[in-house]
Design a protein around this ligand. Sequence first.
Ligand SMILES: NC(=O)c1ccc[n+]([C@@H]2O[C@H](COP(=O)([O-])OP(=O)(O)OC[C@H]3O[C@@H](n4cnc5c(N)ncnc54)[C@H](OP(=O)(O)O)[C@@H]3O)[C@@H](O)[C@H]2O)c1
Length: 253
Amino acid sequence: MAKERLLEGRVALITGASRGIGAATARLLASHGAAVGINYYKSTNEAKKIAEEIVADGGRSVTVRANVRSADEVTGMVELVEADLGPIDLLVLNAGKTIRFAPALDFKFEDLQNTIADELKGAHYAVQAVVPGMVARRKGTIVAVSSTASRYQWEGSMAHSMAKAALDSYVRSLALELGPFNVRANLIAPGLTITDAISPSSKAHTDAVARNTPLRRNASPEDVAGAILMVSSDNAAFVSGAYIPVSGGLNMG
Ligand SMILES: NC(=O)c1ccc[n+]([C@@H]2O[C@H](COP(=O)([O-])OP(=O)(O)OC[C@H]3O[C@@H](n4cnc5c(N)ncnc54)[C@H](OP(=O)(O)O)[C@@H]3O)[C@@H](O)[C@H]2O)c1
């Protein structure tokens, strides 16, 4: 039986889609029929390769280099994607940044401020460029990639946890205020997921997390992409303002 294509005719923009969770999401959403805008910053070759794979499979895709923390670059990116693929009706806020872990008392105020600001810039500039179109068309879905760190601190995670908690609050406000325009907003909160971002973690640490996880393994980028697909499709048409941990049961929301 043919696989049901859950996003036929949709146009998605995924920030930070050259590697890791964003790359897996680009591939999965495209396999479900979405035309996919692949944003990247430094990994040009990786981004182009994903777009080429999607096109070779009969899909539509465009790659756009932009720093999600530059309002001008984000505006230009959205114009380019919409000119090429059509109006964006699915926005995935995923692009991450290198996380600095340190004891709570070692963070300077500016470290906390900058970490929170970078997280919110990565969300708000894209939302400002994309969402007015969704509101005008009375149709749209926003999915933000948070982290279980927003609700479950660990030693050293203060700045990162605060930034993701701010993102959670931001997205809940979007869900509240955009709902009347048929625009949904949800949070996907991965636990530790095997990507380049966790390369500083030792194998002993990732194994320990797997042992403590009810499903007894670490998450793959594809696990997170699956949850993003789930809240993006019309099967979740009445789901908005949700926070969905993807942690194998380790953190339960
Ligand atoms: N991995 C985990 O354990 C984990 C857990 C919880 C939450 N998350 C969240 O999941 C998201 C993705 O993380 P990941 O693990 O997939 O990271 P990753 O493998 O390191 O990939 C990061 C992606 O973000 C892009 N990026 C970084 N800075 C950017 C910028 N200024 N503008 C545009 N793109 C930028 C990178 O693009 P280039 O390479 O092209 O620069 C890359 O595609 C992040 O929001 C992260 O906080 C991850």
